[in-house]
Design a protein around this ligand. Structure first.
Ligand code: SF4
Length: 170
């Protein structure tokens, strides 16, 4: 648990946003149209983590703006939540792999520090992984959607979900 204020968290995320926008650590940095840093509430208890930006995300520079994103917004709306107010959405990779191919292990390792820093700053209580995102060793505890996370558990827990299973969040 950090003692950062909400303003500190937000400022550090803004600083990282600019850092990611200039990043060329792996070859994907030279292939993207826009880096996709993530969006949402810097103090959210709930964080969604996808695998990597797709074509539309790359074009707009925003996460989950295609059909999956619309579904996510609808499902959040059904439980009275919005992505801007109640969640933070990010990807494991901040740049789109060409042709929407799977991320390579070395790309995941190159980009991993950004996601780790996002999680450390936001300090979500629950992390829901989407699109088969895999973040080995990053989370303290993993649960399945059939076993809801105990919200009193220390540190973030991971609730893997494929898009149709997001309804289980309700
Ligand atoms: S994918 Fe990540 S590490 Fe690679 S260039 Fe983009 S921001 Fe940098």
């Amino acid at each position: 648990m950090t003692d950062l204020t909400a303003a500190d968290r937000r400022q550090q995320l803004v600083d990282m946003y600019h850092e990611v926008g200039a990043c060329r650590t792996c070859p994907l940095g030279s292939m993207r149209t826009n880096a996709v840093f993530g969006m949402g509430n810097s103090n959210a208890d709930l964080m969604f983590v996808g695998e990597a930006p797709g074509a539309e995300e790359d074009r707009q520079g925003l996460p989950f703006v295609g059909r999956a994103g619309k579904l996510l917004d609808e499902l959040l709306g059904e439980i009275g939540m919005t992505r801007a107010e109640h969640a933070f959405i990010a990807n494991t990779l901040k740049c789109r792999p060409p042709g929407n191919r799977d991320p390579q292990p070395e790309e995941i390792e190159s980009c991993r520090p950004y996601l780790e820093r996002q999680i450390q700053l936001i300090e979500p209580r629950v992390i829901c992984t989407l699109d088969f995102a895999r973040i080995p060793g990053l989370l303290e505890q993993e649960v399945t959607p059939a076993e809801p996370p105990p919200l009193t558990a220390p540190g973030p827990v991971s609730a893997p979900a494929e898009p149709p299973q997001l309804e289980l969040l309700g």
